[in-house]
Design a protein around this ligand. Structure first.
Ligand SMILES: Cc1cc2nc3c(=O)[nH]c(=O)nc-3n(C[C@H](O)[C@H](O)[C@H](O)COP(=O)(O)OP(=O)(O)OC[C@H]3O[C@@H](n4cnc5c(N)ncnc54)[C@H](O)[C@@H]3O)c2cc1C
Length: 476
């Protein structure tokens, strides 16, 4: 049997469910990646640059093993028709399926196309420890709140590592799509270079090992402090499957028992939870899950939005975080919560604007986790922070960047401030401003809004939306 293994978010040759099946069931196997221009985000997107850097690395990894990753570039249906015309014996295709969002929509279109071409498609679950449909309440509905979901999640047996026997002699290495490789390379040349970013399966397994050996046991205490940088940095590897989630789970589970280990496992469950939530509420990229908060009268001031995006709000911790994102394509989790809260509550800007900005920038962009994180911070999600519990960016900064060193790293114009007013330079006296050479409003912006006033306005906006919803309900 001649088959195709279509890679998408599973760029590895080990512990890969669909690949194992494809290798076992085929006499000849063509390894494929399809570049879909529908998904392009523009040349300034670090998300896109990281994605294709990873594809390119995977292509080289396959070549080192004596195989070839064939690249198709262009409209999905036309590409597969062209493939069938060229690879005429092709009868079956293997994929690790997507359960939600764009990936699900694409898989439905591809499924119809395979039917027309007479190709049998085989789909597997691979991306999560427990896939979206696996965990339900005793009455058969989906969980809406994380804690009971997690209680059930913990009880279930976990999938083990899937052993793949990579047999290069079965892999089709004929050069079928020379033009598409050239197109891919010229596209790749136009992406941001992201020089410091390590991608690929080797980097992913090194990262997993060093995190488990050096940071796992302290994860619970250290993970909230950006300057400690004590989280795993596995997110961009997991996003494209450079390491399998089963391998991560097994490695962590086999480590010495510690609170750090248990807390980390809980984070992996959040990843499954948000995947399930996105599959259950497919409209959530554009719509608040909580109906009561669909009528918020957002301020949506474009100038303030731009200052937030550029890290020029006058709130040092927010600015440091946004500059970390803009410079590296990654942001620490505590800071994602602070910046998302600041945008939606302090600036009263629609969470969808922030979600899209993160989509453009994050090297670990995952729609389910990003939308989940944004709806959590905006209090519009299924298990979000209550709308009246609003983060104070200055006290968050004093708590999680006590020394101010994280701010100093990303906001160099505040480097000279040696006292705790680094968390709120607007409090510097005239003498201090001169002594530190930081003139507020000149060297660094004054706060663009007052947190105290914004907090009141945000609570009012959420309550107005809630009232409008309740009154419409009572009129029904
Ligand atoms: C507004 C907002 C947007 C976010 N957007 C994304 C995103 O696009 N992609 C993404 O992977 N994560 C996202 N997160 C979750 C979290 O911030 C990142 O997973 C984490 O910072 C990645 O760094 P790490 O790998 O060092 O995390 P670690 O702390 O080492 O966690 C290990 C892994 O667990 C998973 N994980 C951890 N926390 C969460 C969480 N809250 N939700 C879901 N999975 C989690 C990730 O896969 C992560 O790699 C977002 C959170 C917020 C508040």
């Amino acid at each position: 049997m001649a088959s195709v293994m279509w890679f998408r978010r599973d760029l590895r040759l080990e512990d890969n469910v669909a690949l194992k099946q494809a290798l076992e069931e085929s006499d000849e196997l063509l390894l494929l990646f399809h570049v879909n221009p529908d998904q392009f985000l523009g040349e300034g997107s670090s998300n896109q640059a990281a994605f294709f850097k990873s594809v390119d690395t995977f292509r080289k990894e396959i070549e080192e093993k004596g195989g070839r990753l064939h690249l198709l570039y262009g409209d999905l249906k036309e590409c597969f028709k062209r493939l069938k015309d060229t690879f005429v014996d092709w009868t079956d295709i293997y994929v690790n399926r997507d359960e939600k969002g764009y990936g699900l929509k694409r898989d439905k279109i591809a499924g119809r196309c395979f039917k027309e071409l007479g190709i049998t498609a085989h789909g597997y679950y691979d991306h999560h420890i427990h896939h979206a449909g696996e965990i339900k309440t005793n009455s058969g509905s989906y969980y809406k709140v994380f804690t009971p979901y997690f209680n059930k999640w913990k009880e279930l047996q976990k999938p083990g590592i899937v052993k793949v026997k990579f047999d290069a002699s079965k892999i089709n290495t004929e050069l079928l799509f020379k033009d598409d490789s050239e197109q891919f390379e010229s596209f790749l040349d136009k992406q941001m270079p992201l020089e410091g970013l390590e991608v690929g399966t080797h980097a992913a397994s090194e990262r997993l090992k060093s995190f488990v050996d050096s940071y796992l046991s302290e994860y619970k205490e250290a993970r909230d402090f950006p300057m400690k940088d004590a989280t795993s940095h596995l997110s961009h590897h997991l996003r494209l499957g450079e390491v399998s989630i089963r391998t991560v789970y097994a490695k962590v589970r086999n480590a010495e028992p510690s609170i750090g280990r248990d807390t980390f496992i809980q984070e992996l469950a959040w990843r499954d939870f948000y995947n399930m939530i996105y599959a259950t509420y497919p409209e959530q990229k554009e719509q608040a899950i909580k109906e009561a908060f669909r009528q918020i009268d957002w301020d949506n001031n474009e100038e303030n939005y731009q200052k937030w995006a550029d890290g020029q709000t006058g709130y040092p911790i927010v600015d440091a975080a946004m500059r970390q994102l803009n410079e590296t394509g990654w942001m620490h989790n505590r800071l994602r919560m602070i910046t998302a809260s600041f945008l939606t509550k302090d600036l009263l800007i629609d969470w969808r604007w922030g979600e899209k900005y993160f989509q453009q920038k994050l090297i670990d962009y995952d729609p389910a986790s990003n939308i989940g994180g944004w709806q959590w911070a905006a209090s519009t999600g299924t298990d979000g922070v209550p709308y009246f519990r609003i983060f104070n960016p200055t006290t968050q900064s004093e708590k999680y960047d006590q020394s101010g060193d994280f701010i100093r790293q990303y906001v160099p114009e505040l480097k000279t401030i040696t006292n705790k007013k680094i968390h709120d330079p607007s409090k510097l006296t005239v003498e201090e401003q001169e002594a530190f050479s930081v003139i507020v409003g000149h060297d660094y912006p004054a706060p663009i809004v007052s947190h105290k006033r914004s907090r009141e306005l945000a609570i009012q906006a959420f309550e107005n939306s809630k009232k409008a919803y309740e009154s419409a309900k009572s009129d029904e």
